[in-house]
Design a protein around this ligand. Structure first.
Ligand code: A2R
Length: 314
Protein backbone atom coordinates (compact mmCIF):
# COMPACT_ATOMS: atom_id res chain seq x y z
CA UNK A 1 0.00 0.00 0.00
CA UNK A 2 1.44 3.41 -1.05
CA UNK A 3 1.82 6.03 1.65
CA UNK A 4 0.93 9.68 1.10
CA UNK A 5 1.75 12.66 3.31
CA UNK A 6 -0.24 15.86 2.88
CA UNK A 7 1.60 18.78 4.52
CA UNK A 8 -0.73 21.62 5.53
CA UNK A 9 -3.94 19.60 5.42
CA UNK A 10 -6.07 21.63 7.84
CA UNK A 11 -6.82 24.21 5.16
CA UNK A 12 -9.41 24.09 2.43
CA UNK A 13 -7.86 21.52 0.09
CA UNK A 14 -6.28 19.02 2.50
CA UNK A 15 -9.27 16.97 3.58
CA UNK A 16 -10.59 16.77 0.00
CA UNK A 17 -7.20 15.47 -1.14
CA UNK A 18 -7.02 12.98 1.73
CA UNK A 19 -10.42 11.61 0.73
CA UNK A 20 -9.39 11.32 -2.93
CA UNK A 21 -6.17 9.42 -2.13
CA UNK A 22 -7.82 7.07 0.33
CA UNK A 23 -11.09 6.46 -1.49
CA UNK A 24 -9.92 6.30 -5.11
CA UNK A 25 -6.36 5.02 -4.75
CA UNK A 26 -6.44 3.03 -1.49
CA UNK A 27 -3.40 4.89 -0.13
CA UNK A 28 -2.38 5.02 3.52
CA UNK A 29 -2.93 8.73 4.14
CA UNK A 30 -1.00 10.85 6.63
CA UNK A 31 -1.83 14.53 7.06
CA UNK A 32 -0.14 17.34 8.94
CA UNK A 33 -1.60 20.39 10.63
CA UNK A 34 -0.25 23.20 12.78
CA UNK A 35 -0.45 22.39 16.51
CA UNK A 36 -3.02 25.19 17.00
CA UNK A 37 -5.29 23.83 14.26
CA UNK A 38 -8.04 21.26 14.68
CA UNK A 39 -8.29 18.44 12.15
CA UNK A 40 -9.97 15.08 12.31
CA UNK A 41 -10.16 12.80 9.27
CA UNK A 42 -11.49 9.31 9.94
CA UNK A 43 -9.32 7.59 7.35
CA UNK A 44 -6.09 9.59 7.84
CA UNK A 45 -3.33 9.68 10.44
CA UNK A 46 -3.07 13.25 11.76
CA UNK A 47 0.32 14.73 12.78
CA UNK A 48 1.39 18.13 14.11
CA UNK A 49 3.95 19.99 12.02
CA UNK A 50 5.17 23.55 11.69
CA UNK A 51 7.22 23.74 8.48
CA UNK A 52 9.18 26.65 9.90
CA UNK A 53 10.84 24.04 12.16
CA UNK A 54 13.10 22.06 9.81
CA UNK A 55 13.84 19.31 12.37
CA UNK A 56 10.11 18.69 12.77
CA UNK A 57 9.80 18.14 9.01
CA UNK A 58 12.70 15.67 8.96
CA UNK A 59 11.35 13.86 12.03
CA UNK A 60 7.92 13.40 10.48
CA UNK A 61 9.34 12.17 7.16
CA UNK A 62 11.44 9.53 8.95
CA UNK A 63 8.43 8.49 11.01
CA UNK A 64 6.17 7.99 7.98
CA UNK A 65 8.54 7.30 5.05
CA UNK A 66 5.93 8.43 2.50
CA UNK A 67 5.95 7.50 -1.19
CA UNK A 68 4.17 10.73 -2.14
CA UNK A 69 4.31 14.15 -0.49
CA UNK A 70 1.80 16.87 -1.27
CA UNK A 71 3.05 20.23 -0.07
CA UNK A 72 -0.02 22.40 0.55
CA UNK A 73 1.15 24.33 3.62
CA UNK A 74 1.14 28.04 2.93
CA UNK A 75 0.03 31.47 3.94
CA UNK A 76 -2.39 31.43 1.03
CA UNK A 77 -4.38 34.63 1.43
CA UNK A 78 -3.48 37.45 -0.97
CA UNK A 79 -4.94 40.09 1.34
CA UNK A 80 -3.10 38.78 4.43
CA UNK A 81 0.08 38.75 2.32
CA UNK A 82 -0.28 42.51 1.74
CA UNK A 83 -0.64 43.02 5.48
CA UNK A 84 2.05 40.56 6.57
CA UNK A 85 4.59 40.01 3.78
CA UNK A 86 7.32 38.79 6.14
CA UNK A 87 5.22 35.91 7.46
CA UNK A 88 4.13 35.04 3.92
CA UNK A 89 7.74 34.86 2.71
CA UNK A 90 8.75 32.81 5.74
CA UNK A 91 6.03 30.19 5.37
CA UNK A 92 5.84 30.01 1.58
CA UNK A 93 9.55 30.20 0.75
CA UNK A 94 11.58 29.24 3.82
CA UNK A 95 9.02 26.62 4.85
CA UNK A 96 9.14 25.08 1.38
CA UNK A 97 12.94 24.95 1.49
CA UNK A 98 12.71 23.12 4.82
CA UNK A 99 10.46 20.53 3.21
CA UNK A 100 12.72 20.15 0.16
CA UNK A 101 15.89 19.88 2.24
CA UNK A 102 14.29 17.33 4.57
CA UNK A 103 13.28 15.25 1.53
CA UNK A 104 16.72 15.63 -0.06
CA UNK A 105 18.38 14.27 3.08
CA UNK A 106 16.27 11.08 3.09
CA UNK A 107 17.87 7.79 2.02
CA UNK A 108 15.28 7.34 -0.77
CA UNK A 109 13.39 9.55 -3.23
CA UNK A 110 9.72 10.09 -2.52
CA UNK A 111 7.76 11.98 -5.15
CA UNK A 112 6.80 15.55 -4.16
CA UNK A 113 4.11 17.84 -5.51
CA UNK A 114 4.62 21.55 -4.75
CA UNK A 115 1.38 23.48 -4.99
CA UNK A 116 1.67 26.93 -6.50
CA UNK A 117 -0.85 29.34 -7.92
CA UNK A 118 -2.23 30.84 -11.13
CA UNK A 119 -1.51 34.17 -9.42
CA UNK A 120 2.16 33.55 -10.32
CA UNK A 121 1.48 34.73 -13.89
CA UNK A 122 0.36 38.11 -12.58
CA UNK A 123 -0.32 40.62 -15.32
CA UNK A 124 -1.37 38.57 -18.33
CA UNK A 125 -1.65 40.39 -21.67
CA UNK A 126 -4.72 39.77 -23.85
CA UNK A 127 -2.72 37.84 -26.47
CA UNK A 128 -1.36 35.50 -23.77
CA UNK A 129 -4.80 34.21 -22.70
CA UNK A 130 -5.22 31.32 -22.00
CA UNK A 131 -1.87 31.28 -20.26
CA UNK A 132 0.55 28.37 -20.75
CA UNK A 133 3.14 27.17 -18.26
CA UNK A 134 6.00 28.80 -20.21
CA UNK A 135 4.45 32.28 -20.07
CA UNK A 136 6.31 35.20 -18.47
CA UNK A 137 5.72 35.44 -14.73
CA UNK A 138 4.86 38.98 -13.64
CA UNK A 139 3.49 38.51 -10.12
CA UNK A 140 1.34 41.41 -8.98
CA UNK A 141 1.16 40.72 -5.26
CA UNK A 142 3.30 39.40 -2.42
CA UNK A 143 1.58 36.01 -2.22
CA UNK A 144 2.15 35.45 -5.95
CA UNK A 145 5.80 36.45 -5.65
CA UNK A 146 6.38 33.83 -2.94
CA UNK A 147 4.75 31.16 -5.09
CA UNK A 148 6.94 32.13 -8.07
CA UNK A 149 9.90 31.77 -5.76
CA UNK A 150 8.70 28.34 -4.59
CA UNK A 151 8.36 27.23 -8.22
CA UNK A 152 11.84 28.47 -9.14
CA UNK A 153 13.43 26.82 -6.12
CA UNK A 154 11.54 23.60 -6.89
CA UNK A 155 12.81 23.63 -10.48
CA UNK A 156 16.38 24.21 -9.29
CA UNK A 157 16.19 21.44 -6.66
CA UNK A 158 14.74 18.99 -9.20
CA UNK A 159 17.67 19.66 -11.56
CA UNK A 160 20.52 20.16 -9.11
CA UNK A 161 19.67 17.25 -6.80
CA UNK A 162 17.78 15.01 -9.24
CA UNK A 163 14.73 15.10 -6.98
CA UNK A 164 11.44 13.52 -8.02
CA UNK A 165 9.51 16.75 -7.79
CA UNK A 166 6.58 18.23 -9.71
CA UNK A 167 4.91 21.60 -9.44
CA UNK A 168 1.43 22.87 -10.11
CA UNK A 169 0.01 26.33 -10.63
CA UNK A 170 -3.54 26.02 -9.41
CA UNK A 171 -6.09 28.59 -10.43
CA UNK A 172 -9.01 29.61 -8.18
CA UNK A 173 -10.48 26.55 -6.53
CA UNK A 174 -13.86 26.71 -4.89
CA UNK A 175 -16.33 24.51 -3.04
CA UNK A 176 -18.03 23.79 0.26
CA UNK A 177 -15.90 24.55 3.31
CA UNK A 178 -13.77 27.35 1.87
CA UNK A 179 -12.95 30.31 4.13
CA UNK A 180 -15.03 33.42 3.37
CA UNK A 181 -11.94 35.51 2.59
CA UNK A 182 -12.19 34.03 -0.92
CA UNK A 183 -14.69 35.59 -3.29
CA UNK A 184 -17.15 32.75 -4.03
CA UNK A 185 -17.32 31.67 -0.41
CA UNK A 186 -17.74 35.30 0.66
CA UNK A 187 -20.64 35.85 -1.75
CA UNK A 188 -22.37 32.60 -0.76
CA UNK A 189 -22.02 33.43 2.93
CA UNK A 190 -23.51 36.88 2.42
CA UNK A 191 -26.48 35.44 0.50
CA UNK A 192 -27.06 32.77 3.17
CA UNK A 193 -26.92 35.41 5.93
CA UNK A 194 -29.39 37.64 4.05
CA UNK A 195 -31.77 34.69 3.50
CA UNK A 196 -31.59 33.87 7.21
CA UNK A 197 -32.47 37.48 8.10
CA UNK A 198 -29.07 37.95 9.80
CA UNK A 199 -27.97 40.77 7.51
CA UNK A 200 -29.53 43.66 5.55
CA UNK A 201 -30.25 42.67 1.89
CA UNK A 202 -27.09 44.32 0.56
CA UNK A 203 -24.08 42.46 -0.91
CA UNK A 204 -20.70 44.13 -0.47
CA UNK A 205 -18.42 43.33 -3.39
CA UNK A 206 -14.95 44.14 -4.76
CA UNK A 207 -13.84 44.34 -8.40
CA UNK A 208 -16.60 42.63 -10.42
CA UNK A 209 -14.83 43.01 -13.77
CA UNK A 210 -11.86 40.76 -12.92
CA UNK A 211 -12.05 37.44 -14.77
CA UNK A 212 -10.91 34.32 -12.98
CA UNK A 213 -10.66 30.60 -13.78
CA UNK A 214 -12.72 28.68 -11.19
CA UNK A 215 -12.50 24.91 -10.60
CA UNK A 216 -14.25 22.74 -8.03
CA UNK A 217 -11.82 21.67 -5.32
CA UNK A 218 -12.77 18.01 -5.91
CA UNK A 219 -11.63 18.29 -9.52
CA UNK A 220 -8.45 20.04 -8.36
CA UNK A 221 -7.45 17.22 -5.98
CA UNK A 222 -8.22 14.67 -8.70
CA UNK A 223 -5.63 16.48 -10.84
CA UNK A 224 -3.07 16.40 -7.98
CA UNK A 225 -3.48 12.65 -7.56
CA UNK A 226 -3.18 12.02 -11.31
CA UNK A 227 -0.08 14.20 -11.49
CA UNK A 228 1.85 12.31 -8.81
CA UNK A 229 1.04 9.13 -10.69
CA UNK A 230 1.59 10.28 -14.29
CA UNK A 231 3.33 13.69 -14.25
CA UNK A 232 6.97 14.24 -15.22
CA UNK A 233 9.62 15.25 -12.67
CA UNK A 234 10.85 18.85 -12.82
CA UNK A 235 7.73 19.95 -14.71
CA UNK A 236 5.09 22.55 -13.85
CA UNK A 237 1.41 22.02 -14.68
CA UNK A 238 -1.48 24.46 -14.76
CA UNK A 239 -4.53 23.17 -12.90
CA UNK A 240 -7.70 25.04 -13.79
CA UNK A 241 -10.91 24.75 -15.78
CA UNK A 242 -9.52 26.53 -18.86
CA UNK A 243 -12.36 29.05 -18.81
CA UNK A 244 -12.43 32.43 -17.03
CA UNK A 245 -15.65 33.98 -15.71
CA UNK A 246 -16.11 37.63 -14.72
CA UNK A 247 -16.76 37.90 -10.98
CA UNK A 248 -19.98 39.67 -12.01
CA UNK A 249 -21.12 36.50 -13.88
CA UNK A 250 -20.34 34.37 -10.83
CA UNK A 251 -22.25 36.79 -8.60
CA UNK A 252 -25.25 36.73 -10.95
CA UNK A 253 -25.23 32.91 -10.95
CA UNK A 254 -25.19 32.85 -7.15
CA UNK A 255 -27.99 35.42 -6.96
CA UNK A 256 -30.04 33.33 -9.43
CA UNK A 257 -29.84 30.45 -6.92
CA UNK A 258 -31.51 32.59 -4.25
CA UNK A 259 -35.06 33.93 -4.03
CA UNK A 260 -33.91 36.93 -1.96
CA UNK A 261 -34.05 40.47 -3.35
CA UNK A 262 -30.48 41.72 -2.96
CA UNK A 263 -28.80 45.09 -3.68
CA UNK A 264 -25.12 45.26 -4.74
CA UNK A 265 -22.67 47.78 -3.23
CA UNK A 266 -18.92 48.22 -3.64
CA UNK A 267 -16.79 47.80 -0.52
CA UNK A 268 -13.46 49.68 -0.95
CA UNK A 269 -11.83 47.22 1.49
CA UNK A 270 -12.47 44.41 -0.98
CA UNK A 271 -10.61 46.18 -3.83
CA UNK A 272 -7.00 44.96 -3.87
CA UNK A 273 -4.07 47.38 -4.34
CA UNK A 274 -3.12 45.61 -7.61
CA UNK A 275 -5.66 43.45 -9.41
CA UNK A 276 -5.07 41.41 -12.56
CA UNK A 277 -7.81 41.71 -15.24
CA UNK A 278 -7.92 38.17 -16.67
CA UNK A 279 -6.48 34.93 -15.33
CA UNK A 280 -7.32 31.85 -17.42
CA UNK A 281 -5.36 28.59 -17.63
CA UNK A 282 -4.24 26.68 -20.69
CA UNK A 283 -4.62 23.13 -19.40
CA UNK A 284 -3.43 21.26 -22.50
CA UNK A 285 -0.34 19.88 -20.74
CA UNK A 286 -2.30 18.55 -17.76
CA UNK A 287 -4.90 16.97 -20.05
CA UNK A 288 -2.37 15.42 -22.43
CA UNK A 289 -0.22 13.87 -19.72
CA UNK A 290 -2.91 12.71 -17.28
CA UNK A 291 -6.22 12.68 -19.19
CA UNK A 292 -7.71 15.07 -16.59
CA UNK A 293 -10.82 17.04 -17.51
CA UNK A 294 -13.07 19.21 -15.37
CA UNK A 295 -16.05 17.11 -14.29
CA UNK A 296 -18.07 19.39 -11.98
CA UNK A 297 -19.77 22.39 -13.66
CA UNK A 298 -19.45 25.84 -12.05
CA UNK A 299 -23.14 26.16 -11.24
CA UNK A 300 -23.11 22.86 -9.30
CA UNK A 301 -20.19 24.04 -7.18
CA UNK A 302 -21.93 27.37 -6.51
CA UNK A 303 -25.14 25.59 -5.51
CA UNK A 304 -23.29 23.26 -3.11
CA UNK A 305 -21.22 26.12 -1.65
CA UNK A 306 -24.37 28.17 -1.07
CA UNK A 307 -26.15 25.18 0.50
CA UNK A 308 -23.13 24.61 2.74
CA UNK A 309 -23.30 28.23 3.94
CA UNK A 310 -27.07 27.95 4.43
CA UNK A 311 -26.41 25.01 6.78
CA UNK A 312 -23.50 26.80 8.49
CA UNK A 313 -25.37 30.06 9.23
CA UNK A 314 -28.21 28.06 10.76
O1 A2R B 1 -2.52 29.84 7.90
P1 A2R B 1 -3.35 28.81 8.63
O2 A2R B 1 -3.32 28.94 10.12
O3 A2R B 1 -4.75 28.72 8.05
O4 A2R B 1 -2.64 27.38 8.35
C1 A2R B 1 -2.36 27.00 7.02
C2 A2R B 1 -1.19 26.02 7.00
N1 A2R B 1 0.05 26.66 7.39
C3 A2R B 1 1.11 25.96 7.86
N2 A2R B 1 1.31 24.64 7.98
C4 A2R B 1 2.48 24.23 8.50
N3 A2R B 1 3.45 25.08 8.91
C5 A2R B 1 3.27 26.42 8.81
N4 A2R B 1 4.25 27.24 9.23
C6 A2R B 1 2.07 26.91 8.25
N5 A2R B 1 1.56 28.16 8.02
C7 A2R B 1 0.34 27.98 7.51
O5 A2R B 1 -1.22 25.53 5.68
C8 A2R B 1 -3.42 26.13 6.38
O6 A2R B 1 -4.01 25.25 7.30
C9 A2R B 1 -2.61 25.32 5.35
C10 A2R B 1 -2.84 25.79 3.93
O7 A2R B 1 -4.21 25.71 3.69
P2 A2R B 1 -5.02 26.89 3.01
O8 A2R B 1 -4.41 28.21 3.35
O9 A2R B 1 -6.47 26.70 3.30
O10 A2R B 1 -4.73 26.64 1.49
P3 A2R B 1 -5.59 25.72 0.50
O11 A2R B 1 -6.71 26.52 -0.06
O12 A2R B 1 -5.88 24.42 1.16
O13 A2R B 1 -4.58 25.55 -0.69
C11 A2R B 1 -3.53 24.60 -0.63
C12 A2R B 1 -2.38 25.12 -1.44
C13 A2R B 1 -1.72 26.37 -0.81
O14 A2R B 1 -0.34 26.22 -0.95
C14 A2R B 1 -2.22 27.50 -1.66
O15 A2R B 1 -1.33 28.58 -1.66
C15 A2R B 1 -2.32 26.82 -3.03
O16 A2R B 1 -2.81 25.52 -2.72
O17 A2R B 1 -3.21 27.47 -3.88
Amino acid sequence: MKKALIIGAAGFVGSYLAKELWQNYGMEVHVSKLPKEHLEIAYAHVHNLDILQKEEVSGLLYEILPDYIFHLAAQSSVSIAWKNPGLTVDVNVKGCIHVLDAVRELFYKPRILLVGSGEEYGRIYAEEVPVTESNHLRPGNIYAATKVCQNMIGTIYAQAYDMDLLMVRSFNHIGPGQAPIFVVSDFCRQVAQIEAGMKEPVMYVGNLKARRDFTDVRDVVRAYALLVLYGKPGETYNVGSGHAYAIREVLDLILSLSGANIRIETDPNKIRPVDVAVIEADITKLHQETGWRQSIPLVQTLQETLDDWRARVE
